[in-house]
Design a protein around this ligand. Structure first.
Ligand SMILES: Cc1ncc(COP(=O)(O)O)c(C=O)c1O
Length: 429
C-alpha cells in the first residue's frame, strides 16, 4: 500500500511507515494512493462471508502484500472479538451498535486493529506508547495494547479529575499497561507527553510512539463495520440505504465514505453534529469558520476543527462526488435530551451521541428509504448523563461491573518531566 501526505504529495510512505509515523510532514494526514474497488458481484460474495473473513479481505484490498492474507486474518480475529449488531429501532430505522467491545465504544474496533497492525509492522522493535488522557482514549488505548508483545503503554491522567469508573477501566489492568496519576490537570499531562516527544534521546532509547487517533489503520478498520451492517440488512433495506453518523473528528464518516468508494451501495450519508457545527455551516455556506469549541452533552463530539475533514474532501475530489450531496444536521443538547427520552419510549436505550444521529436521520429519511444510525457508545458509558435525562438508573454491562471492584495500580507523580523521564528509562520490559 502506498499513501501520500495530503499537505505535501511528494511525501509518500508504505502502510508500515504510515502506521508507525501517524502523521506526515507539517502534520499532514496520510491518504491511500489507490482506492480499491469491488464489483457488485464481488460485494455480494463478500457479504456472505463471516465478519472476520470479510473484514480481512477488505483490509487486504487496501493494504496489499505488506501483510500476508494469513497474517491479516489473524490480526483481524485478534482485534474484532465482539459483534457489531444492527438493532431494529423502528420499521425503517436500525441502530448499528458499535459498543460491545471492552471500552463500550466504536473506538474499540479501530484502536484494537491499530494495535495489532503496529505490532505486526514493527516486527521485533520495542515500542513505548505514551499518551495523555482525560478519560476516554486512555481506556481504549490500554485495552487495545493489553498483553501485546514488545509494546508497553504509559498513560498519564490528571489525578482526581477523571470519573472513578473511567479510572477503573484502564488503571486495573497491569502487565504492559502502566498508568500514572499526575498531580495536576489534563493540559499538564499533555505538556509532559509533548516534552517526551521533543526529547530525541529519550525517543530513540524507549521507541516512543503515540498511536494517535488520526492513524490510517484505525480508519481502514472502521470501514469493515459498514460492510457488516449491510450484510445484516434485507435486500429491500439495502436498496435505499441512508447512514447517519454522529460526528466530531469525522473519522467514522471518513470510513463510511471509503466503504462507498469500494463499491458498497450506500445511497447517502448524513453528518450529524452537536452545536459544534463547523462542517454543517461549511456545507451550507462554503465558508470554513470554526468557532470556539462549545461544551455539550455529547462531549466526545465537542470538536470545532475536525481533524479528518481534509480526508473527506480528498475522497469527494478523487471520486468526483459533489460535496453538497453530503447530508448534514446540527442537533442541540435540548433536542438530544428529548430524543433520548423519545427513543426510550420506543423501547430503545440510547445516549446523546447516537441520539443525535437518530434525530438527523428521522428528520431527513424519505419514503421508501431505510436508515441506519451509528450507536457509537454504550448508554452505560454516559451513565450519569443518561440517568439524569431519563430519571432511571442505567446498569453497567457485566465485565465493567466486575472491574469497578478491582484495585487501582496507578503510580502517582507530580507535574515534573525529569521524574517522568526517569520513570520511562527505568521501566522494565
Ligand atoms: C461516542 C462517540 N460518538 C461519536 C464520536 C465522533 O466520532 P468521530 O470523531 O470519528 O467523528 C466520538 C469520538 O470520539 C465518540 O466517542
Amino acid at each position: 500500500m502506498k499513501l501520500y501526505n495530503l499537505k505535501d504529495h511528494s511525501e509518500q510512505v508504505s502502510f508500515a511507515q504510515a502506521v508507525q509515523q501517524g502523521l506526515g510532514r507539517g502534520q499532514g494526514l496520510f491518504f491511500p494512493q489507490e482506492l480499491p474497488k469491488f464489483s457488485l458481484v464481488e460485494i455480494e460474495s463478500l457479504l456472505k462471508l463471516d465478519f472476520i473473513t470479510r473484514s480481512a479481505k477488505i483490509l487486504s484490498a487496501f493494504i496489499g502484500d505488506e501483510i500476508s492474507s494469513n497474517d491479516m486474518y489473524r490480526l483481524v480475529k485478534n482485534a474484532f472479538q465482539f459483534p457489531a449488531p444492527v438493532a431494529s429501532v423502528e420499521a425503517d430505522i436500525g441502530s448499528l451498535e458499535l459498543y460491545h467491545g471492552p471500552t463500550l465504544a466504536f473506538k474499540d474496533f479501530g484502536g484494537r486493529f491499530m494495535a495489532q497492525a503496529l505490532v505486526q509492522v514493527a516486527a521485533d522493535k520495542k515500542i513505548t506508547i505514551l499518551t495523555a488522557t482525560s478519560g476516554d482514549t486512555g481506556a481504549a488505548v490500554a485495552h487495545a495494547f493489553y498483553h501485546l508483545p514488545n509494546i508497553r503503554v504509559v498513560i498519564l491522567y490528571p489525578e482526581g479529575k477523571i470519573s472513578p469508573l473511567q479510572e477503573k477501566l484502564f488503571c486495573t489492568l497491569g502487565d504492559n499497561i502502566h498508568t500514572i496519576a499526575i498531580q495536576s490537570d489534563f493540559d499538564a499531562c499533555q505538556a509532559l507527553v509533548k516534552k517526551a516527544f521533543d526529547d530525541d534521546e529519550l525517543k530513540t532509547k524507549i521507541g516512543l510512539n503515540s498511536a494517535n487517533s488520526i492513524n490510517i489503520s484505525r480508519l481502514l478498520a472502521q470501514i469493515c463495520y459498514y460492510f457488516e451492517a449491510f450484510a445484516q440488512l434485507t435486500s429491500t433495506q439495502r436498496e435505499q440505504l441512508v447512514i447517519s453518523v454522529p460526528s466530531g473528528n469525522f473519522g467514522d464518516l471518513t470510513a463510511g465514505l471509503l466503504a462507498k468508494t469500494m463499491g458498497l451501495p450506500i445511497k447517502r450519508f448524513i453528518a450529524a453534529t452537536n452545536a459544534n457545527d463547523t462542517v454543517p455551516r461549511y456545507l451550507e455556506t462554503g465558508k470554513w469558520e470554526p468557532h470556539a469549541t462549545i461544551a455539550t452533552l455529547s462531549n466526545a463530539m465537542d470538536v470545532s476543527q475536525p481533524n479528518n475533514w481534509p480526508r473527506i474532501e480528498e475522497i469527494y475530489k478523487r471520486e468526483g462526488w459533489a460535496l453538497k450531496s453530503l447530508g448534514h444536521a446540527t442537533v442541540s443538547d435540548e433536542v438530544a435530551k428529548q430524543t433520548v427520552c423519545e427513543l426510550y419510549q420506543k423501547g430503545y436505550l440510547s445516549e446523546p451521541h447516537g441520539a443525535i444521529a437518530y434525530r438527523a436521520l428521522r428528520e431527513q429519511l424519505q419514503e421508501g428509504e431505510y436508515g441506519l444510525f451509528l450507536g457509537t457508545a454504550h448508554p452505560a458509558k454516559f451513565k450519569e448523563v443518561v440517568e439524569d435525562i431519563l430519571g432511571k438508573s442505567v446498569p453497567l454491562p457485566e465485565g465493567l461491573a466486575e472491574r469497578a471492584d478491582m484495585t487501582l495500580l496507578s503510580h502517582h507523580m507530580p507535574d515534573d518531566f525529569a521524574k517522568l523521564r526517569d520513570f520511562l528509562i527505568k521501566l522494565n520490559w
